[in-house]
Design a protein. Sequence first.
Length: 296
Amino acid sequence: ARQFTRPLNDLANQWNTLLSAIAGAERVFEIMDEDVEEADEQGATEVKQLSGAVEFKDVSFAYDTERSGDTLQHISFSAAPGEMIALIGPTGAGKTTLIQLISRFYDADQGQITVDGKDIRTLRRSSLRQHMAFVLQDSFLFEGTVLDNIRYGRLDATDEQVREAAKLANADTFIRQLPDGYEQVLSRDGGGISQGQRQLLTIARAMLADPAILVLDEATSSIDTVTEIRIQEGLQRLMKGRTSFVIAHRLNTIRSADQILVLREGQIVERGNHDELLEQGGFYSELFHSQLQISS
Ligand code: ATP
């Protein structure tokens, strides 16, 4: 079961940085913009409000460099607004690729992805991404105060709104313990705060952004127990009422998912909730039992 807990690869980390850079912070990171923002299709429209229904209809995708088969093959599923979808599967199965397609970091080669029934290719990229937030393992911070790092989720938020989001995210307690509190200056590599604390900041940032769709990559590295509990609570609150895609590593997270999609070699090989999958006695059930052995 341990193969499930490998951190994202370097490519995905770059993706994280790029995504962070396009999420409305052009003023801060002008450089990345040209590379990342591809032109929208003719007639692409703005998305005003989203309820967060997401559907994949027979989606296939291959990276250019790849020779042997598609990275994702015939993926179909639908997520109702507010549902939590856990993606699990061995390394290289395509979990990261799948969430990258939702945000249009890449476009599907075949099939269609819709959000609230609209093909995402007919929407303006920046507009689509405004309705999404990302909480990835290697949280993106920049040199600036804690306040500004959180405000990155919504640039026009007041200090008060930033603090409110931090409280909801369970980040307020640790922030107030920093020597300069919310005015503490963070370095780009997050110097001075732990990985778990960085994640709390990212949760606060996402809370402030208030998106309809969330993409989470659950941390795999060990985080101290107190911070871990705060993160779990913060995430619960963040996910409530939003459609969430979670690359999940923790059994508790997976158990609480509305749908678990088990990916293997680019295909969905099992699907259902925890109880249904245990009943099926397949790959998931094997994983579940092997994890139990590890933790007992
Ligand atoms: P992990 O749990 O290790 O993060 P994953 O399930 O998220 O794995 P992906 O990162 O989606 O898997 O990778 C699926 C396949 O696509 C792998 O074979 C991987 O090597 C390949 N791949 C991923 N990113 C790229 C890329 N940018 N260019 C070419 N191939 C890639």
